[in-house]
Design a protein around this ligand. Structure first.
Ligand SMILES: [Zn+2]
Length: 258
């Protein structure tokens, strides 16, 4: 049997690699250089306080409510933990079974569990972007919507699916192909065996090429699990199994797009 992640106390707890200085925790601490023994001339006005510049927001682009925790919880939890403002742009309400309104509320709860501010969540629910496994979304439309969001919120990092869509859903893949030249980081899709071997996938994830890797501690896994449990309308029996055995609840490996 595959060991449950909650029982593994040896999980690595660090953000192992970040691509730029702005992604490192505490990267924006301003070092004071004033010598405390020096007395400034009395006529000198006091120096204005130096402000700490917050890191540019990261944007998670997803197709449906629950994508954020099913596929990107490790990255979201880690970025929030590093003080990076994380925003979520969800392109549909997930209305395939007419549960869109319920699922939008569940998305808010789930993002709250991940530490994402509720004011940073946008669900577009565009009529031309229905939640449907056989409807191809218009790439130009998706591109323009994502680009507009990036520009208006000064996004510094974009995370979304790769060309495999992780689960293979056409809406996921459409996000990637809509504007892949714009996107910075894509969560790697894996084969079905790696997808369901939980923490046992760690050595493979580690050894295979990637630009970023996010690995959750057992405590952080509980946070991701709590987020998943917010999606009550989606918690069919197989989702409970997914929670226990999916490597995406513990590990995200991402590639940068040049
Ligand atoms: Zn989805």
């Amino acid at each position: 049997p595959v060991p449950g992640p909650s029982g593994d106390g040896a999980l690595v707890t660090l953000l192992l690699y970040v691509p730029t200085g702005t992604r490192r925790c505490n990267s924006n601490v301003v070092r004071k250089t004033t010598n405390a023994l020096e007395t400034p001339p009395p006529e000198s006005p006091p120096s204005p306080p130096r402000s700490l510049h917050p890191p540019a927001p990261a944007l998670l682009v997803i197709a449906h409510p629950d994508d954020e925790c099913m596929f990107f919880a490790p990255a979201a939890v880690r970025l929030v933990g590093c003080g990076v403002p994380v925003r979520v742009l969800c392109l549909s309400a997930g209305n395939f079974y007419n549960q869109g309104e319920i699922r939008k509320k569940e998305l808010l709860e789930s993002c709250g569990a991940l530490g994402i501010s509720l004011s940073h969540i946008t669900v577009l629910d565009h009529r031309d972007l229905p939640d449907h496994p056989r409807v191809q979304w218009d790439r130009d439309l998706v591109s323009s919507l994502i680009l507009r969001y990036i520009q208006s919120h000064h996004i510094g990092l974009v995370l979304t699916f790769d060309e495999g869509g992780v689960s293979g859903h056409v809406n996921h893949i459409a996000v990637y192909y809509a504007h892949s030249s714009l996107l910075e980081c894509c969560g790697q899709s894996t084969n079905i065996i790696r997808k369901y071997i939980s923490i046992l996938d760690l050595p493979i994830s580690w050894l295979r090429p990637h630009d970023m890797i996010y690995i959750l501690s057992s405590e952080e896994y509980q946070q991701a699990r709590n987020a998943m449990l917010c999606h009550r309308s989606q918690l069919l029996w197989f989702r409970h199994i997914y929670l226990r055995i999916s490597r995406y609840m513990l590990i995200n490996t991402l590639n940068q797009i040049s």
